[in-house]
Design a protein around this ligand. Structure first.
Ligand code: DER
Length: 236
């Protein structure tokens, strides 16, 4: 309950500060924090008489938009987005983030880059000084199925890589398949690598067969963390 409350605190504060009546194209992130973003937008009521379009970062986000009666937009038609609010698995002091715990990070990163403002909302567990402190499941790497075994070999050769494992489904036999029909490899690195996340990202992203990497560097305008004591930490 405290974690859920802290997600709500972060989401409401971010919406109140960053989503204004004049914003007409809004990207909706993925995960369990973002429903509180939609909840607050509905409370604002601006969407009712505006031409607002909501762009989903995943099938899950699309369902959230549609089930709440918000106007669904397509990034093909709205490639320039006013504000994107999304969750994260962990955020460091420089607003670098690990994303992809929900295997949605390719579309999330595309829309984050397409947005004038990219805001992260999260509970206190995600608020770290250095990446890899609280999120210990590795960096999510989306990969073309054809290339996954070769990419696993390439990842394990990167200095500091401790393991690279294909993400398997829990309620599905075989590997997780993303909204893009791809697989996810979770790559564990020793914590020294996270002192320079951009260098690590560049080493991973260049491997042929990789679709996207769950390291968001130099992309986030602000991060909102809900705290146990009911306060919100804002980092920007
Ligand atoms: O996959 C992602 O990057 C999502 O944003 C997700 O990891 C955030 O998760 P949560 O909001 O459910 O904690």
């Amino acid at each position: 309950a405290m974690i859920e409350k802290s997600k709500q605190l972060a989401a409401w504060a971010a919406v109140d500060h960053y989503i204004k009546p004049e914003h007409s194209v809004i990207a909706i992130g993925s995960g369990s924090t973002v429903p509180f973003v939609v909840e607050r937008i509905l409370q604002q009521g601006e969407h009712v008489n505006s031409k607002r379009k909501f762009i989903p970062t995943s099938f899950q986000a699309k369902e959230l938009i549609v089930s709440n009666g918000l106007a669904l937009g397509d990034v093909d038609q709205y490639p320039v987005i006013d504000v994107d609010i999304d969750g994260a698995d962990e955020v460091d002091l420089k607003l670098n983030a690990i994303k992809g715990g929900g295997a949605c990070h390719l579309r999330e990163k595309v829309l984050a880059e397409a947005s004038r403002r990219f805001i992260i909302v999260a509970d206190y567990r995600k608020n770290s000084a250095i990446l890899g402190s609280s999120w210990t499941q590795g960096i999510p790497v989306e990969v073309a199925p054809f290339a996954y075994a070769k990419v696993m070999v390439n990842l394990e050769r990167i200095e500091g890589c401790e393991s690279a494992k294909l993400r398997m489904g829990k309620a599905k036999a075989g590997p997780v398949v993303t909204d893009n029909g791809c697989f996810v490899i979770d790559a564990q690195f020793d914590e020294h690598r996270f002192s320079d996340p951009e260098l690590l990202l560049s080493k991973i992203k260049m491997l042929t067969g990789i679709m996207e990497v769950g390291l968001f560097c130099d992309m986030t305008d602000a991060a909102y963390f809900g705290n146990v004591d009911g306060t919100v930490t804002i980092r920007n």
